[in-house]
Design a protein around this ligand. Structure first.
Ligand code: ATP
Ligand code: MG
Length: 533
């Protein structure tokens, strides 16, 4: 079946957000408070020389869009230089808790949505340009994004999608031809860097913070209208909005958030800045800023330099922080329900779903079917302890384990050598005691594996489909950035291709699945990042 595609500037946009919610009349871009409204109608600010750097073919095809030429009307639209008749661009008003403190009005300070497109399956998707210029929510900043952070957002959104993690997506990466000034790593040296715009795609970009903003401002009608909009368009199965439906909706948000966090934990993704304004109301990963991938397994690791002292958003904190954020959402929507205390029950739903999902995912990663829940829990707990103590590379460890499963089941005499080989493959050599623990755990695991009745090859195949070989290691993204800054897109293109099938062996790309090299351990951009670049 051939599906006809059109160029973006010809695509008909719908504008349900703008039409059904409340926008201020002023088109003024000056920074200001916008009480009483859900959004501001703001047009993107044109850039000097928009040119296409990357395009997501699969997503484009799904949206019925043709791959654009390097320069031309479609790329102009993706940069915000061309606003077509059917687009009604807007910046949303939201607030949020940043690092645990209420920060007041934040809003889309550099993201501007163009409207919604209908995909080939009939679903609708909001198209949002990040880095599209100032809005009333820009506060003291410039509304722009640098190539470095935009490339990271583009690549990682798509990589997460192909890993099966709930996420917003990225359609294009466009260079602007303009320079953006950034204080690169908060070292006091402002530098000029190339600017870029990412076109992001999600059913909606509404965050917990949109609800919090309405609630804190005492705008109950706006709060209800926003909830009704979200339910009508994104949770239609819950029925007509009512106090009972708001309760069930919150429970569903809790459930989806739990599933998202379980995915992050199972692949070693660290979001880096889980403020409530970066939590999607659909349970999608949103805002790929100072994120990172766990290399040595360390629960208190975070790539975010802004969070180095408190480590609030470190890897191991993510489950707790999501719960705290959901609690803030519960407080925000409390005025809509009859029994606000009952919202607490939904928070328990979060905890329960998270535990169940994480457990099921770990069983899959280990090639086990549930036999004795208690014992399996203890086995998994033991693995977490051994990984934390040994600080092995989680991705490599699980992948190596998958390949080794048939040999472990066969139980030859040189089992110890096999254990040693698995541990060495993933070790950064930081803790001999930890490696000893992992060794012992492997013995326990092997005994458990013997109780499985499936064919060993089938176990291996199933483990390989649960344990990715390729993830967007921090230094790989940095290499793609450094090349792209000199005009060389080959590293980016290669990563895009490889990360599309992260569970496939792709032996010609083995070097992209190796341990973090030593030089990347402390290098800026590879190990450390700051917010909002
Ligand atoms: N360069 C900038 N210009 C204007 N506003 C900005 C800029 N960088 C960040 N902001 C705003 O600061 C707030 C917090 O920033 P944060 O780093 O969470 O978001 P972001 O990376 O800009 O965007 P998003 O959450 O949409 O992915 C948001 O309101 C954001 O719009
Ligand atoms: Mg953000």
């Amino acid at each position: 079946m051939s599906i006809s595609t059109q160029s973006l500037e010809q695509a008909p946009f719908q504008n349900s957000f703008v039409e059904e919610l409340k926008g201020e009349a002023s088109r003024n871009k000056n920074p200001r408070q916008v009480p009483g409204y859900h959004y501001s109608r703001i047009e993107p600010t044109p850039v000097r020389d928009p040119h296409l750097l990357a395009w997501s073919d699969d997503l484009g095809g799904f949206l019925g869009l043709a791959r654009p030429e390097e320069r031309g009307p479609a790329v102009n639209a993706l940069a915000g230089n061309l606003v077509t008749e059917s687009m009604k661009p807007f910046a949303a008003r939201y607030g949020g808790h940043q690092f645990g403190h209420w920060a007041g009005q934040l809003g889309d300070g550099r993201a501007i949505s163009l409207g919604e497109l209908t995909a080939v399956d009939g679903s609708t998707w909001e198209i949002q340009l990040k880095g599209a210029g100032p809005t009333p929510y820009s506060r003291r900043a410039d509304g722009r994004a640098v190539l470095r952070s935009s490339l990271r957002e583009f690549l990682c959104s798509e990589a997460m999608y192909y890993l099966g993690v709930p996420t917003t997506r990225a359609l294009s990466l466009v260079g602007t031809g303009d320079k953006v000034v950034r204080d690169m790593f908060y070292n006091g040296n402002a530098q000029e860097e190339p600017g870029a715009v990412v076109a992001r795609v999600a059913p909606t970009f509404i965050r917990f913070g949109n609800f919090q903003m309405m609630a804190v401002a005492g705008e109950k009608d706006n709060l209800r209208a926003l909830a009704d909009y979200v339910i009508k368009h994104h949770y239609p199965e819950l029925g007509e909005p009512s106090p009972e439906v708001y309760m069930r909706w919150f429970e569903e948000v809790c459930r989806r958030t739990a599933v998202m966090i379980a995915h992050w934990m199972s692949v070693g993704f660290v979001h880096g800045v889980m403020n409530t304004d970066n939590m999607s109301i659909l349970g999608l990963t949103i805002d790929y800023g100072p994120y990172g991938w766990l290399e040595p397994y360390e629960l208190d690791w975070t790539p975010n330099t802004t969070d180095f002292s408190s480590r609030r958003y470190a890897f191991g904190q993510q489950p707790q922080v999501a719960l705290w954020n959901l609690y803030q959402l519960a407080r925000a929507i409390a005025p809509l329900v009859h029994e606000p205390e009952a919202l607490r029950g939904s928070l328990d739903q979060y905890t329960k779903t998270l535990a169940e999902t994480q457990h099921a995912m770990m069983l899959r990663k280990l090639g086990l079917t549930e036999l004795n829940q208690e014992e399996d829990r203890a086995l998994i707990e033991g693995l977490h302890e051994a990984m934390a103590e040994s600080q092995v590379d989680m991705t490599i460890f699980f992948r190596r384990l998958s390949h080794a499963a048939p040999a472990l089941i066969a139980s030859s005499e040189n089992q110890n050598a096999l254990f040693q080989e698995i541990v060495q493959a993933a070790s950064y050599g930081t803790s001999p005691e930890g490696e000893q623990m992992l060794h012992q755990w492997l013995q326990r695991y092997t005994d458990r594996l013997h109780q499985e009745s499936a064919d060993p090859e089938a176990i291996r195949e199933s483990m390989l489909s649960a344990n990715p070989k390729y993830v967007l290691r921090n230094y790989l993204a940095q290499q793609a950035i450094e090349a792209a800054e000199t005009g060389d897109l080959s590293v980016l293109n290669r990563l895009m291709e490889v990360l599309k099938t992260p569970f496939a062996e792709q032996p010609e790309h083995d070097e992209l699945a190796t341990k973090r090299p030593d030089w990347a351990r402390t290098k800026a951009g590879c190990a450390t990042l700051s917010c909002s670049s």
